[in-house]
Design a protein around this ligand. Structure first.
Ligand SMILES: *Cc1c(COP(=O)(O)O)cnc(C)c1O
Length: 418
C-alpha cells in the first residue's frame, strides 16, 4: 500500500525530533492506536514497547480517560489560571500533594517536562535569595543525566554523553559529578558542596537515568546525595518525569526509595499519555520562603496554558485509574516477566549488561550498532522498540498482556543473542 498523501506533503514542511532530516528514515504512518498496539496505515500492527516515549501507562485509548476528556471538552476545554480558577487543576494539585511523599505539597503546573525542570531550578535559585539574600545560580548534576532540551536543562544534562554538546559554549556552566556509587569513582559530594558556595540545588533522576540509556543506581546512592544536601542545606531536586507514576513499581522513585527530595518534577505519564502536562512540586519548607508580604519574593513564572483544564481532567482520570485498576501489580508482573525473559541474555557474548527495574528492562550490547537499521528490523518483526546508544530497552504500558510482552522480549532476545 502506498503511503498517504499527507505524509509526502507534510515531509516537505515538518521538522522532526532528534533527526537529521536529510538522512532520517521515513517515519511510519499510523492510522490509529488501541491498547498496546499501533495500527499502521498499511494495515499492519505494531506492539508498542515504549508507550509513546514512556507516557501511555494505561495503554492507548483507555475508555475511562477518553470519557473524562470528552466530558471536560463539553464543559470547558480550558480557562486561564491567572485570576480564574477551575476544578480540574485545583483537584489535581490537591491529589498530587496527597500522593507525593513528605511535605512535597505545593504544585506548579506547566506543559512540558523541560519547563517543569526550569521551574524547579528557578525555585532553587530564588529560594536562596529569598531566605538568605545569597546569589546562588549554579547547579550540581550527575553524569548520565538527562533533564530536557531547553537551555538551562541542557546545561544539567551529561555534557559528554549528550546530544547537546554542540551548544556547550552557549550554556551556563554547571558542576557535573559522577553518581556516588560504590565503584571507587565517586566524587566527594560534601567537598563539592562545601567548596562551591554558588550551588543552588542538586538535581538527579532518581534510581533510573532514562534518556542516557536506562542506567540504574541503588537507593544507597540517593541516600548519600540526600545526606550531603542536608549537611550543606542545599535543596535536592528529583526529576521524576520518567520515574513517576508507577514506572519503577511504586508511585514515585521517592516512594520506592524512601528518599524524599525538596522539589520534584513530573511529566510524561502524568496524563496517561493523552495530552501534554507537567508539574513541579515543592515542599512546604521551600514554599514558605516565597510566601511573604514582599511582592519581590513571588515566583515569576506563568505558562500560557498553565493548568490546562483538558490536560488536568486527563491527569485526574489517570490517577483514578491508578486507584481503580491494579497498575502497580501489573508493573510487578512486568518486572518478573522481563527478568525471566531478559536475564538469560547476560551470558550472551554480545551483551555487556542487563538492567531491569519495575517496568523498565534494558539490554546493553558491547559494540555500538546501527540504531536506525535495528529500529527498522524491529518494525519488520511487528514491534516498536527504539534503542538508545548501545541499549535496547522496553518501557511498555503497564496494561500490556503477557503475550505481547513475550513478543517484545523475544524480539530483543533474537537481536541480542543472534
Ligand atoms: C522526558 C524527560 C524530560 C523532558 O521532558 P519534555 O516533556 O520532553 O520536555 C526531562 N527529564 C526527564 C527525566 C525526562 O525523562
Amino acid at each position: 500500500m502506498t503511503d498517504p498523501a499527507w505524509l509526502d506533503e507534510g515531509l516537505e514542511h515538518i521538522w522532526l525530533p532528534y533527526a537529521q532530516m536529510k538522512t532520517a528514515p521515513r517515519p511510519v504512518p499510523v492510522r490509529s492506536t488501541h491498547g498496546t498496539r499501533i495500527a499502521l496505515h498499511d494495515g499492519r500492527e505494531l506492539i508498542d514497547g515504549i508507550g509513546s516515549w514512556w507516557t501511555a501507562v494505561h495503554g492507548y485509548n483507555h475508555p475511562y480517560l477518553l470519557d473524562a476528556m470528552r466530558r471536560q471538552l463539553e464543559v470547558m476545554p480550558h480557562v486561564m489560571l491567572g485570576g480564574l480558577a477551575h476544578e480540574q487543576a485545583y483537584t489535581l494539585a490537591t491529589r498530587l500533594a496527597a500522593l507525593a511523599p513528605g511535605d512535597l505539597s505545593k504544585v506548579f503546573f506547566c506543559e512540558s517536562g523541560s519547563v517543569a525542570v526550569e521551574v524547579a531550578l528557578k525555585i532553587a535559585v530564588q529560594w536562596w535569595r529569598n531566605t538568605t539574600g545569597q546569589v546562588r545560580s549554579r547547579f550540581l548534576a550527575f553524569r548520565g543525566g538527562y533533564h530536557g532540551d531547553t537551555f538551562v536543562t541542557m546545561s544539567v544534562c551529561d555534557p559528554e554523553d549528550s546530544m547537546h554538546s554542540l551548544f556547550g559554549p552557549a550554556l551556563p556552566s554547571q558542576y557535573i559529578a559522577a553518581l556516588p556509587v560504590d565503584d571507587g569513582s565517586a566524587v566527594d559530594l560534601d567537598r563539592m558542596l562545601d567548596t562551591h558556595r554558588d550551588i543552588a540545588a542538586v538535581i538527579v533522576e532518581p534510581l533510573l537515568q532514562g534518556a542516557a540509556g536506562m542506567r540504574m543506581h541503588d537507593v544507597e546512592t540517593l541516600r548519600r546525595i540526600r545526606a550531603a544536601c542536608d549537611r550543606h542545606g542545599v535543596p535536592l531536586i528529583f526529576d521524576e518525569i520518567f520515574t513517576g507514576f508507577g514506572r519503577l513499581g511504586g508511585m514515585f522513585a521517592a516512594t520506592v526509595s524512601g528518599v524524599t527530595p525538596d522539589i520534584m518534577t513530573l511529566g510524561k505519564a502524568l496524563t496517561g499519555g493523552v495530552t501534554p502536562l507537567a508539574a513541579t512540586i515543592a515542599s512546604r519548607r521551600i514554599y514558605e520562603a516565597f510566601h511573604s508580604d514582599d511582592a519581590t519574593k513571588a515566583l515569576m513564572h506563568g505558562p500560557t496554558y498553565m493548568g490546562h483544564a483538558l490536560g488536568c481532567a486527563a491527569a485526574n482520570a489517570s490517577l483514578d485509574l491508578f486507584e481503580q485498576e491494579p497498575r502497580l501489580e501489573q508493573v510487578a508482573r512486568i518486572e518478573q516477566d522481563l527478568k525471566s525473559a531478559l536475564e538469560p541474555l547476560r551470558d550472551a557474548p554480545q551483551v555487556a549488561d542487563v538492567r531491569i527495574r519495575g517496568s523498565v528492562g534494558a539490554v546493553e550490547l558491547r559494540e555500538a550498532f546501527d540504531v536506525q537499521a535495528m529500529r527498522r528490523r524491529f518494525i519488520d518483526q511487528g514491534v516498536f522498540i527504539r534503542p538508545i546508544g548501545k541499549a535496547i530497552y522496553l518501557a511498555p504500558s503497564y496494561t500490556i498482556d503477557a503475550a505481547d510482552l513475550a513478543s517484545l522480549t523475544a524480539a530483543i532476545v533474537r537481536t541480542a543473542a543472534g
